[in-house]
Design a binder for this molecule. Structure first.
Ligand SMILES: Nc1ncnc2c1ncn2[C@@H]1O[C@H](COP(=O)(O)OP(=O)(O)O)[C@@H](O)[C@H]1O
Ligand SMILES: [Mg+2]
Length: 259
């Protein structure tokens, strides 16, 4: 094949979907919209990546992931499916409104589904289905009907508990494979205690990315929020620890000032 033909082939690649954010190195990215953070990871999370949002209770895992969905809907019209399992849809909406994110502003661009409620409303014959099957069924149906690009699962430990994973490593591996085939960018909210390693069941090495949210004791009376990109495949990212500052619905990271 002559070189010009070869180039034409390559320049048509991929043929099915136009490239978004072409200027982003390493392919299109989904921005976190946490001010100061995207530039620390070549523009955001690579599209199609499966990322763990890990941290202890109260570290704002739900808030940061919802904020990401919210801003992507507002600024880019990007659709997200947010599956809530730890708290009800209403409670989540109330908390997010408290942080200045009005659900009405994004309409159906951010669909929040309460799997517990959904399961209760399913017919008798479906009630025996495992939670995992219901999550997969719903995520697939919504993908076919609304074509969302980002899937948020809040949270992975709750899904595991309710689904009664027989062999957590294998079940988790298969679930990750399933998510990748779904062709979306996935954010899985997960627990991590203190500075202990990630993933007792291998979710750390199976994931494409890990963003760790934590609290740090600065002195006797002050505890601050921190955020760190532990891992992000195909990305030259900062590994620094940042302060996470949330102020009137504005999320940003800043350099940690040592005191
Ligand atoms: N309106 C608000 N302004 C600032 N911080 C808030 C507000 N509402 C909740 N928070 C903080 O967010 C925390 C809960 O965030 P959340 O995203 O639910 O955490 P996680 O999902 O990690 O448990 C609360 O403990 C509180 O510190
Ligand atoms: Mg939460």
């Amino acid at each position: 094949m002559p070189r010009s033909e070869e180039f034409k082939e390559w320049s048509n690649f991929p043929p099915s979907k136009p490239m978004k954010g072409k200027d982003a190195p390493g392919g299109p990215r989904v921005k976190t919209y946490v001010e100061g953070l995207d530039e620390k990871m070549e523009g955001g999370i690579p599209e199609g990546n499966l990322v763990l949002m890990a941290g202890e209770a109260g570290t704002m895992k739900s808030s940061v992931t919802y904020h990401m969905a919210y801003q992507n809907a507002l600024k880019e019209g990007r659709r997200t499916l947010y599956i809530t399992m730890e708290q009800s849809r209403q409670s989540l909406i109330r908390n997010m409104e408290g942080l200045g994110m009005k659900a009405d502003a994004v309409g159906d661009k951010v669909s929040i589904v309460d799997i517990g409620l959904l399961r209760k409303n399913l017919g008798k014959e479906l009630q025996t289905n495992s939670w995992l099957e219901i999550v997969k069924m719903y995520a697939q149906n919504m993908k076919d009907s609304s074509g969302y690009e980002v899937l948020i699962l809040d949270s992975l430990p709750v899904l595991e508990t309710l689904s009664d994973f027989k062999n957590p490593r294998v079940d988790l591996f298969q679930f990750y494979e399933w998510l990748r085939e779904l062709g979306v960018t996935s954010l899985l909210v997960t627990e991590v205690k203190g500075d202990a390693g990630f993933g007792t069941r291998g979710e750390d090495y199976l994931a494409d990315g890990i963003i760790h949210l934590m609290m740090a004791k600065v002195n006797e009376e002050t505890v601050q929020r921190r955020l760190r990109i532990v891992k992000m495949r195909s990305t030259n990212h900062s590994t620094n620890l940042f302060s996470l500052i949330v102020d009137k619905g504005n999320f940003r990271v800043a350099r940690v000032i040592s005191t």
